[in-house]
Write a protein that binds this ligand. Structure first.
Ligand SMILES: Cc1cc2nc3c(=O)[nH]c(=O)nc-3n(C[C@H](O)[C@H](O)[C@H](O)COP(=O)(O)OP(=O)(O)OC[C@H]3O[C@@H](n4cnc5c(N)ncnc54)[C@H](O)[C@@H]3O)c2cc1C
Length: 379
């Protein structure tokens, strides 16, 4: 067993750490306040070859692996979780389904611009009445001759304002009384397709979260992604990969909060001593360090299994569940260690705590992860 990163993974980690410190960290508080999408940062990430990192070079990708993707997501999230989720969704929800299920022609047409950073990747699954129960999809894609006519609504969709096309799930018919759900690629500038960016969120303010209104949108049947009726299976596979991204985000945010809490505890004096000399504070920091280490190991293990082409659904659910829950706990404790200053924006940890909450909700809530794990352990 080898716990070392490869030379390439180490180089990616060093490159993205420097980039995150120099380019992403400085504006994080301001972007959170102004809700400005970090477009400039992503132009630079494209120049660094990060936008298609785990996808093959023939589509403009970096030919790298899932562990490297997790490292980049972790390092971006350590300083700015909005940048982290934008990157994670771009790769694991936007690029991955096209890479996994697309035809060669679709990959050339849609994956290449994602890898080059010419379009953001996005994935439309959730609907106002179909969240955890994503099979409750109401959006329909009715085949009429050589076209689909699509109608419906999607909610909470990451990156759609900056995506030139989006894969979304829709009901394409019925087989044996059961809904036939398929995935269809839809250009976001199609007539009748509206992207609304108006949510007032708790956190992740500079990420893009949108509502999609789809009214009589026509797309050629060639835009079907994968096989007809397999959309449900496809999004389960897509979400398995996405959960590694959320786990990596959680490790990154927790690491950032921990580092700030540790530094602050050495600086802040009360009762004539740095608060880091109090055992109550030391034990909080020790617990943080322990949990981050465990979560990171689990995220890397799930990513490694995926890279080996081995089953990883259970490990992805475990890493997502564990990392997101310890991230919530650690960011809350980081605020606690900062006392009243932690409640103030300039100390960063309150933003990290608000951003962390999404990780227990997106790509399957904690309750859904427990359902997945229960099923996979044979309950
Ligand atoms: C910022 C943000 C970004 C997002 N990005 C995307 C995206 O890019 N693409 C996309 O498709 N979606 C996206 N989502 C949607 C996200 O995946 C859903 O919000 C999530 O799956 C939960 O669905 P819901 O909000 O409808 O909650 P619900 O499913 O209504 O759940 C409400 C509560 O009930 C619990 N619950 C539900 N069913 C059960 C059950 N059987 N047993 C026990 N408890 C249960 C849940 O765990 C939760 O606590 C995003 C959401 C947010 C907030």
């Amino acid at each position: 067993m080898n716990f070392d990163l490869s030379a390439e993974q180490q180089m990616i980690k060093q490159t993205i750490r420097e980039f995150a410190e120099e380019v992403v960290a400085p504006g994080a508080i301001e972007r959170d306040r102004t809700k400005q999408f970090p477009l400039d940062i992503f132009k630079k990430l494209a120049e660094l070859g990060m936008m298609g990192l785990p996808f093959p070079e023939k589509y403009g990708g970096g030919g790298s692996d899932t562990i490297s993707f997790a490292i980049v997501t972790e390092e971006l999230s350590r300083v700015c979780a909005s940048t982290g989720i934008t990157y994670s969704a771009h790769i694991s929800l936007g690029g991955a389904p096209i890479y996994l299920f697309g035809t060669e022609e679709q990959k050339q047409k849609y994956l290449t611009p994602i890898c080059k950073g010419e379009s953001f990747g996005a994935f439309g699954l959730t609907e106002p009445n179909a969240g955890s129960d994503a099979g409750g999809t109401k959006t329909s894609a009715r085949q009429i001759g050589d076209h689909f006519l699509i109608n419906g609504n999607k909610c909470f969709i990451t990156n759609a304002s900056y995506a030139k096309f989006i894969a979304l799930t829709a009901v394409t018919g019925e087989t044996d009384g059961k809904k036939e759900i398929s995935a269809v690629i839809v250009p976001t500038d199609a007539e009748g397709f509206t992207v609304i960016d108006q949510y007032e969120k708790m956190g992740l303010h500079s990420s893009n979260t949108t509502e999609l209104v789809i009214e009589d949108v026509r797309v050629p049947v060639d835009n079907l992604l994968g096989r007809r009726g397999e959309g449900f299976k496809q999004f389960l596979v897509t979400l398995d990969g996405g959960r590694i991204g959320i786990g990596a985000m959680a490790v990154g945010i927790a690491q950032g909060a921990f580092e700030r809490a540790l530094a602050y505890s050495k600086d802040r004096k009360q009762f004539g001593r740095p608060i880091s000399s109090f055992q109550a504070i030391q034990f909080k920091l020790a617990d943080m360090a322990m949990k981050i280490e465990l979560a990171r190991n689990m995220v890397y293990k799930a990513a490694w299994l995926k890279d080996q082409g081995r089953p990883f659904s259970k490990e992805a659910a475990i890493c997502k569940l564990y990392a997101s829950e310890i991230c919530m706990e650690i960011t809350s404790q980081a605020v606690q260690i900062h006392g009243g200053y932690g409640y103030m924006k300039e100390y960063h940890v309150e933003r990290m705590m608000r951003d962390a909450k999404l990780l227990e909700i997106g790509e399957g809530t904690s309750e859904v992860q427990r359902m997945v794990i229960s099923r996979l352990i044979g309950c």
